[in-house]
Ligand binder design. Sequence first.
Ligand SMILES: O=C1O[C@H](COP(=O)(O)O)[C@@H](O)[C@H](O)[C@H]1O
Length: 259
Amino acid sequence: MAAAKGDTKVAVFDCEEDVAVALAKYIADLSDKCAKEKGVFSVVLSGGSLIDTMRKLVEQPFVDTIDWSKWHVVWLDERVVRKNDSESNYKLAYDGFFCKVQIPPNNIYAINDELPAPEDAADDYEACLKTLVEKGIIELSKASGFPKFDLMLVGMGPDGHVASLFPRHPLLQERNRWVTYIKDSPKPPPERITFTFPVINSSANIALVLTGPELAHAVHIALGNQQTSSDLLPVQMVSPEGKLTWFLDQAAASKIKAT
Ligand SMILES: O=C1O[C@H](COP(=O)(O)O)[C@@H](O)[C@H](O)[C@H]1O
């Protein structure tokens, strides 16, 4: 099943394996397009189950055909822990992905894990993004003035959170910062940094990659017919100026009524 609404596409696959295959093709095509047109492919990674669903990229044909030298990778959110900590989104991506592909190490922009205070880590990461804009690696959106990434790969928790932006948290309303911090994350660990919605929604492309039955309720709220304007789930606030593609398996889509 595939439905389209404006620049939003909802693609539902039979199983998680099929999502992984389609996601790899989608990422490879965008990588190719951006590498040819701009010489750069700026990619934003989430943590969580997304990294495993990206597993086909490290297999043939993708691993040998993608021009990894054009990739520049940043994180949508990160836990304020050391890079070798099992809770680190960097470590998750390194172990599952980076150690198997040829992205130049200098093009992988991890959090500075020598800054123990979340506010300092957020300031430092925002400064890192500003340097990438100055170098022409990331463009600014003409519409919003916020950085416009080529591709944001976004996961979601069962509560509908994306990045480290949790339901009903005041950070959902942040309108000025590029990167902010949270010290009371309801999901451990409590201290994290995260992109804000103005940055998320300036993206050229967002892939929402959602698999598993535990996500079905939030997917139903976000894509069902009973949309309300107050107390939106964070996932409902994902609305990029570019294209939004939902990659769902049947389990995650199981509560959406066919229309
Ligand atoms: O804590 C986080 O959770 C979300 C969702 O993770 P998942 O394991 O339920 O897929 C993730 O997208 C985010 O980057 C991470 O920090």
